[in-house]
Design a binder for this molecule. Structure first.
Ligand code: GLN
Ligand code: ZN
Length: 763
């Protein structure tokens, strides 16, 4: 008989209980014991849901107070000295200090978990010699097994991925690994003693390009770990991509099970068909998507499983999710107002459990055992095929008629910028901001009251207009050259537009963890996307009416609108991106028609959408760039297009950035000055660019001369005529008390540079 399992369950609590409890501990409102109680309830609810669905192998230690990589840092005692001395085990105060920083030490670096929107804390391998310094995995294994009345399946990040995801390697990787392995050996042996039958050991870095030297690390690590006496069997788990060129190495490792992602691409199935599978291993068949929200097509997924069963005996198959369900919201039933036509198509974590159980039954007992489920599922998809909500003919027609001209601006950059300068008449080193101004308590409370119905539409609109007028006036006063309206009407840059576009659903409770206690609610793209009505024109033209200076129209770009959403799977992503681009193009053209001379189309998510394998980069960048161009090319040469990106690492994608053909880009730079200098020393960039000079992640007010230095250094690799002066990112999360003095310093720095520039030019 096949078995069923998942790789991990959401852990923030169905009503974000963990977020609330963790934040309450931080602010001293509850004790650590109360947090531990909440955490235990969340874990038990997860185990109960899986047991109720009939899952065979139920994970333990997939829970985390903050992040599973941070948990591994504690397990191995790799706590950097700046967080103070650590006793036998790492206490919660130190744990949260590493996550968030404290008065003495900044936090560990936070970075993206592969190509998901989850972020992990980066281990530092110069932190000392690894030693066992946490009992979390043993405690949660014991708790789960006692609760379930049978052994749970503990989950652990594997040693090689842990090593490769870290930084500050002061020795050879091999030497670091050799220090790490004794800790893992102890863990294996103690889990074995405690009765664990299997350990799911995650090695997701095996789906990336790996050098021969790195592959050797896996071989030596697993040769050693499998020699531990009385250990649990090892399910070596990979996810997010296929094994590709690493197949042979992985299949040859002496572990008892290998878990593969069969959802992301057809490649793992092709590899399986080509090479077969060892008869002494279990195959973890990840056939149910753990990171998107669409119900499986039962008939198709069962067929895929049957094909897999042609290579591996069913009793050696675990029917699984493709990755941990931590990337999904909890339960579709928590969305009472969800569109009745779309809801049956959706599966969140809880629905995934029954899908996996049904598939396992179908594989073990044969199709006939699940006929009624297959029929009901087919009916859902048939209804979807006929839905005019999903398939919007005019949008499809417009897509068919697209020609190359739609992806091209009217004139080349040099001609455009000259025309733009004649109308905009901006000084050298023009100053601007990225769009949002502080969303104060007052703004958030007005929105909350409006959503609850205690503030009328008219009063809320009036309130937003007052804030807008205030911020416009204030920007003029301090001497900014290009103004913004402040984005007070937006909670989130994607949700604001998703809410107004057809083809998108926004949810109320479908939270997923982004990092630590931060959760996001990605909208769901279910159908053809189009814009029924203008979205920003009224607000932007109102703001423009208050000033003679140019007001930037502010939009979220097509790639970001796609990458920060759950996307339909019945159409290629590139096509969905172009539909969104067309909707935005309509907005851009309307803004131009309404007299707006500068339009900024933000693409903070462009880089993070890069595929996990280098070989796939070009294809992605090609369609991503085309989507941006489709959104931005409907305007005349005289209209200036800006874009904003929240990072400075673009040495490796600079050609794509240039190909966006934006007249001006702004990027993050204040903390990563050297990367920028490197990028522009290596490549010539021909358009205009604002390297951020004000770190918006800190409450610190930067001094004028510090910003001057940054601008001077930028002026050594860029032509001064190319340079704009702006903060790193939007100011939404900052307070007015720091923002205004900082911007005044920024304007003063720009003036100083203008002066130098004029002296140099001999004016
Ligand atoms: N215009 C947005 C803002 O200023 C950009 C935010 C972002 O890049 N993430 O908030
Ligand atoms: Zn940004």
């Amino acid at each position: 008989m096949a078995k069923s399992s998942i790789l991990g369950y959401p852990r923030i609590g169905k009503h974000r209980e963990l977020k609330k409890a963790v934040e309450a501990v931080w602010s001293g409102k509850i004790s650590e014991a109360e947090l531990a109680q909440t955490a235990s309830e969340i874990r038990k609810a997860a185990w109960d849901a899986q047991a109720a669905a009939g899952l065979d192998l139920i994970p333990a230690n997939d829970f985390s107070y903050y992040d599973q990589v941070l948990d591994t840092i504690c397990l191995t005692g790799l706590v950097p000295a700046r967080y103070g001395a650590v006793g036998e085990t790492v206490g919660l105060a130190t744990y949260f200090a590493m996550a968030r920083g404290n008065d003495e030490a900044p936090a560990l670096e936070l970075t993206k978990w592969f190509d998901t929107n989850y972020h992990y804390l980066v281990p530092e391998f110069d932190a000392g010699t690894p030693r066992l310094a946490s009992s979390k995995i043993f405690d949660e294994y014991a708790e789960a097994s006692a609760h379930l009345g049978r052994p749970a399946k503990p989950v652990l990040l594997g040693p090689v991925s842990f090593l490769l995801l870290g930084k500050h390697h002061t020795k050879s990787l091999d030497a670091h690994l050799n220090e790490l392995l004794p800790v893992y050996e102890t863990v294996l042996s103690r889990l074995g003693q405690a009765g664990a039958e299997w350990l799911q050991i995650d090695e997701p870095t095996l789906v990336q390009d790996r050098s021969a030297e790195e592959l050797t690390l896996f071989k030596s690590a697993y040769a050693r770990l499998t020699r531990v006496a009385n250990r649990p069997k090892l399910m070596l788990q990979t996810y997010f991509e296929s094994l590709d060129g690493n197949w042979e190495t992985v299949i040859g490792l002496p572990v008892e099970g290998i878990g593969l992602d069969f959802v992301r691409t057809p490649e793992n199935l092709m590899l399986l068909n080509r090479h077969g599978f060892p008869t002494n291993k279990v195959l973890g068949a990840g056939v149910v998507n753990g990171r998107n929200v669409w119900r499986i097509n039962l008939e198709e997924t069962l067929s895929q499983l049957e094909e897999i069963a042609g290579r591996v005996a069913p009793e050696r198959i675990w029917v699984q999710s493709s990755c941990s369900l931590q990337h999904l919201p909890y339960d579709v039933e928590q969305e009472p107002e969800l569109d009745a036509e779309i809801k049956p198509l959706l599966a969140f974590a809880e629905q995934r459990l029954s899908e996996i159980a049904t598939l396992t039954r179908g594989l073990s007992a044969g199709r006939d055992a699940i006929t009624s489920e297959i029929e009901a599922n087919a009916a859902v998809f048939q209804t979807a095929l006929d839905s005019t909500r999903i398939h919007h003919q005019p949008t499809q027609e417009r897509m068919r008629l697209l020609d190359e001209a739609a992806f091209q601006r009217d004139a080349p950059f040099a001609e455009r910028i000259a025309k733009q300068q004649r109308t905009l008449k901006l000084p050298p080193y023009p100053t601007t901001t990225i769009g949002s101004f502080p969303q104060t308590r007052e703004v958030r409370s007005a929105r909350a009251r409006w959503l609850k119905g205690s503030l009328s539409d008219a009063d809320y609109q009036a309130f937003i207009r007052e804030r807008t007028a205030e911020v416009v006036q204030h920007q003029e006063q301090i001497g900014l050259d290009v103004l913004v309206h402040g984005e007070f009407e937006r909670t989130d840059m994607v949700e604001f537009f998703a809410d107004q576009l057809e083809g998108y659903l926004v949810t109320k409770n479908a939270w997923v963890q982004s990092y630590g206690s931060r959760c996001v609610r990605p909208p769901i793209i279910y159908g053809d996307v189009y814009r029924p009505n203008p979205m920003t024109v009224e607000t932007i033209t109102f703001a423009q009416s208050l000033s003679e200076r140019p007001m930037k129209g502010m939009l979220t770009g097509p790639v970001t609108m796609l990458n920060w959403a759950f996307v339909r799977e019945d159409r290629p992503r590139s096509e969905v991106a172009n539909q969104i681009a067309l909707a935005l193009r309509d907005e851009v053209v309307d803004l131009e028609r309404a007299g707006i001379k500068i339009i900024q189309i933000d693409e903070p998510a462009l880089r993070e959408g890069l595929p996990l394998r280098h070989g796939d980069w070009d294809e992605y960048l090609n369609w991503a760039v085309r989507a941006f161009r489709l959104a931005s090319s409907g305007v005349q040469a005289v209209t200036q297009i800006h874009s904003h990106m929240c990072y400075s690492e673009f040495n490796d994608i600079i050609e794509a950035i240039e190909a966006l053909d934006a007249d001006v880009i702004s990027i993050e730079n204040s903390r990563s000055d050297s990367e920028l200098l490197q990028a522009f020393t290596d490549h010539r960039y021909s358009r205009q660019i604002g390297p951020g000079v004000y770190d918006v992640h800190s409450e610190h007010v930067p001094e004028t001369d510090v910003m001057e230095r940054l601008l001077e250094r930028a002026s050594t690799v860029l032509d001064p005529a190319q340079i704009w002066v702006n903060p790193d990112c939007g100011l939404k999360t900052r307070g007015n008390a720091e923002v205004w003095p900082s911007l005044e310093h920024m304007v003063a720095a720009a003036q100083a540079l203008r002066q130098q520039h004029q002296e140099l030019a001999g004016v």
